[in-house]
Design a protein around this ligand. Structure first.
Ligand code: FES
Ligand SMILES: [Fe+2]
Length: 448
């Protein structure tokens, strides 16, 4: 059977290049891709970050959040366990909870027709189920247990709460692997986080452009003037990246060392290597808190979680797709229960480095939009990811895009877009692989 995919057609534009070093721009632009991601990734065998245990310590405490674009509730029941389920009434679909969270919940009652649910997400009551005066009501065979919002499997690790709609997802420890787990433990292990504040930021770009940005150790000291000028992050500093075995997760880390003002940056004539000075240098005065000299650690968990330590500014970020070209980025700033008042002040001061208007991170809030706008007419063109080679392996250098390639390796596997070749394998001819369920896929099937 011969393929009927013709050059330049829609199906052709869905072709995924064989090598890991190319990413087609249509993946940031297509509504059908967005829908497939919801099903295959966010409701598939992956863990999504939901909230902190510290936000729901007591029975009846709850938070509302999202898994991809699906609204969910996380709540602690009287039995002390955490439960998660869709924030969707089983009757006609209304939200069950409207606020960001609350305390003392005994149940959830839908505002529309007052169907009620236990804190474990079970439907427990239907208003006027038996009708009134023998008339109306639900059919006799209607069984409450057959109806309810979809439930999440929940896992906690070092105070982070994750959820998955797929019961068959790997245990969270195996999902993360030893190295990434160890790096989460390095920041959060044995400590009780305290929420210092929250920001929500809407990004004018596809969620994957922000994930790329987080994993991109190459850009950090080039795009961010503050990082480079004040020596917080320069590629010449001691550091490296860890890419998990599947490529899905990553850690980038560095230590401030004596190599701060090397000649490498001036030779590149970078905008970020400026002569600015700080009027108040105390902004960068911190304290050692985890027993090593790593001053910057950025860690990501596929698909959309980030744990950040930039000096003493510790935060978690939740990346939520809102649409093809819109992303919600939730920041939660952390301190710890045993911090002194002075340490809390240091964290609050350093929190100015990050967030929507952060001295460092404000550029990340707009650069994804620059890409989204730049690729507007280029669905069939491809991004180039060759910095540091063609693989997705851990590296002692941060002048690499290995962890970005790792993201795409897992993404194409999870989205059923073909398996990437090992670096030693010569690229194979590109096969057009329309996404299952798309018009292009149906056309192709019909033609075979
Ligand atoms: S939609 Fe919730 S009770 Fe009707
Ligand atoms: Fe950045």
């Amino acid at each position: 059977m011969t393929s009927t995919v013709s050059p330049g057609s829609e199906a052709e534009s869905l072709a995924w290049p064989a090598e890991l070093t190319r990413v087609p721009y249509w993946v940031f632009q297509r509504q059908d891709v967005f829908r497939a991601e919801q099903e295959k990734l966010f409701r598939g065998p992956y863990w999504s970050y939901l909230c902190l245990e510290a936000e729901v310590p007591q029975a009846g405490d709850y938070r509302t959040t999202f898994v991809g674009d699906t609204p969910v509730i996380v709540v602690r029941d009287e039995d002390g366990e955490l439960y998660g389920f869709e924030n969707r009434c089983a009757h006609r679909g209304a939200l069950l909870a409207f606020d960001d969270g609350g305390h003392g919940a005994k149940d959830f009652t839908c505002v529309y027709h007052a169907w009620s649910y236990s804190l474990q997400g079970d439907l427990t009551g239907v208003a006027f189920q038996d009708g009134i005066k023998g008339q109306g009501g639900m059919p006799r065979h209607f069984c409450l247990a057959d109806h309810g919002p979809r439930k999440l499997r929940i896992a906690s690790l070092h105070g982070l709460v994750f959820g998955s709609f797929d019961d068959d997802v790997d245990d969270i420890e195996d999902y993360l692997g030893d190295e990434v787990r160890g790096r989460i433990e390095r920041v959060l292990g044995g400590r009780t986080p305290v929420v210092l504040g929250r920001f929500t930021q809407v990004l004018p770009n596809n969620w994957k452009l922000y994930v790329e940005n987080v994993k991109d150790s190459y850009h950090a000291s080039i795009l961010h003037l503050f990082f480079t000028t004040f020596g917080i992050n320069r590629l010449s500093q001691r550091g490296g990246i860890i890419v998990s075995e599947s490529g899905a997760h990553h850690v980038s880390y560095s230590a401030i060392d004596g190599a701060e003002k090397d000649g490498g940056y001036s030779r590149q004539n970078l905008r970020s290597d400026s002569a600015y000075t700080l009027k108040d240098p105390s902004l960068l005065e911190g304290f050692s808190e985890v027993g090593d000299d790593i001053t910057l650690q950025i860690l990501s968990v596929f698909p959309g979680f980030v744990l950040q330590q930039i000096q003493n500014a510790v935060a978690v970020r939740q990346i939520l797709p809102r649409g093809v070209a819109s992303t919600r980025l939730n920041w939660t700033y952390l301190g710890f229960a045993d911090d002194t008042p002075e340490q809390t002040q240091v964290r609050l001061k350093q929190s100015n480095l990050v967030g929507p208007a952060g001295f460092v991170s404000m550029e990340d809030g707009c650069v994804g939009g620059f890409v989204q706008r730049g690729i507007a007419g280029a669905a069939t063109q491809q991004a180039v990811l060759e910095m540091g080679g063609a693989d997705a392996a851990s590296s002692g250098s941060r002048v690499t895009e290995a962890s970005v390639r790792g993201f795409w390796k897992e993404y194409r596997s999870g989205m059923d877009l073909g398996t990437a070749p090992t670096p030693a394998t010569a690229p194979q001819p590109v096969a057009a692989r329309p996404l299952p369920g798309t018009a292009a896929a149906q056309q192709k099937e019909a033609a075979q």
